[in-house]
Write a protein that binds this ligand. Structure first.
Ligand code: ZN
Length: 377
């Protein structure tokens, strides 16, 4: 099988920077990073003189892109359109994310994700089901008439993924303990989100089944003096990761930097929570029969509530760096850390044996190209 290579001014492998070096891969697997002068001259090296090569960005919360919402176009085609739209913003892999919907739609979404995984749709890693097992007090743009506490018989009837990652955002105070245990045993990664729980409510034996917190600060009970809320619990639970939306709208710079200071290294990661408007010319789309529009770079529903984000991964990374977080750390927050959070062991680093996946940025951190499973876009 033929070897391919790319080089750039700097290559960040997930741990350190390399200069005068090339990333070499064969098929869909990385061979290594070598000094460019030592690379076999038969291998053609694509060089990005001013560029930075990082491990491919992984976005674990993407509701839509390219004019398509996963809730509205719940099939392989829809997933492919979303992956393509986000590639333009540096995202190599993502979890298509279903916003609260009917059990029938969840069934459809799981089937679509499995079909996409089976036919090797480039960029999909599994699925993220966000609701409807969440709290109406923190519904955000979700439709609360769809919310319910899932019983095991209902969970058993769903076509769960046989491969890839299943991430579920739920409000633990709204889901019976037996179902939390069942989902966890099934291998789903559980994340607390759209939750109004008190810390006491989270302090039960089933809390150990929760691996993370979805979009920290947004749609969760806040940190206050007498009650630390979900935010306090998220910040204080060292072994749980927190995802954060860094569009400069959902979370302020200070709140993001505070979380970065408090969370152990590796436990704060970037998500976009992007909607159909990313990579689309149309400024509005529908979600649960409601019109969502871009107004001043914000996505809002007809009540004026924030409804996801209008941003790509590259801009999210650039914002974090602008706020003062170290460049290498920002890249890890977009790739290495999400890979670990969703247990993708061959992603998030540019190392021998890992999937050939990289994001190529210009000096302003705008995505130029993306390498996905050895294919350069
Ligand atoms: Zn949400």
């Amino acid at each position: 099988m033929e070897h391919y290579a790319i080089s750039a001014k700097r290559i960040f492998d997930g741990e350190r920077f390399h200069t005068h070096s090339s990333l070499v891969w064969q098929g869909e697997t990385i061979v290594g990073i070598f000094p460019t002068s030592t690379v076999d001259e038969k291998i053609i090296i694509q060089h990005y003189a001013e560029g930075i090569i990082t491990p491919g960005f992984i976005d674990i919360q993407v509701n839509g892109g390219g004019g398509v919402m996963f809730n509205e176009k719940t099939d392989v085609d829809g997933i492919d359109t979303i992956c393509k739209a986000h590639r333009k913003h540096g995202t190599a892999y993502l979890l298509p994310t279903l916003i609260s919907d009917t059990p029938r739609k969840i069934h459809e979404a799981l089937t679509a994700a499995q079909n996409a995984l089976d036919c090797n749709t480039l960029g999909i890693l599994g699925i993220h089901i966000e609701g409807p097992w969440i709290n109406p007090a923190k519904k955000g743009a979700h439709n609360e008439s769809l919310f319910f506490d899932p019983q095991i018989s209902m969970l058993e009837s769903l076509p769960w993924l046989k491969s890839g990652t299943t991430l579920i955002t739920l409000a633990p105070e709204k889901v019976n303990n037996e179902s939390i245990k069942w989902l966890s045993k099934k291998g789903a990664i559980l994340s607390c989100g759209h939750s109004n729980a008190t810390t006491q409510e989270l302090d039960n034996q089933y809390f150990n089944a929760i691996s993370g917190f979805t979009h920290l600060y947004n749609a969760m009970s806040p940190l206050e003096g007498r009650q630390a809320g979900v935010v306090g619990k998220a910040l204080m639970t060292d072994n749980a990761w927190c995802s954060i939306i860094t569009d400069n709208i959902h979370v302020s710079k200070e709140s993001a930097l505070l979380a970065h200071r408090v969370k152990p290294k590796g436990k704060l990661l970037i998500v976009t929570d992007a909607m159909a408007s990313v990579g689309s010319k149309s400024p509005s789309f529908t979600l649960n029969d409601e019109i969502i529009s871009v107004v001043d770079n914000k996505l809002v529903n007809t009540n004026g509530n924030l409804a996801g984000a209008h941003i790509g991964m590259d801009e999210s990374v650039a914002n974090v760096i602008k706020w003062g977080i170290d460049e290498a750390e920002a890249f890890k927050m977009a790739s290495t850390y999400p890979a670990i959070a969703i247990k993708q062991e061959r992603l998030g680093k540019l190392k021998e044996g890992f999937y050939a996946s990289a994001t190529i940025l210009d000096p302003n951190y705008e995505a130029q190209h993306v390498l996905v499973n050895g294919i350069l876009f």
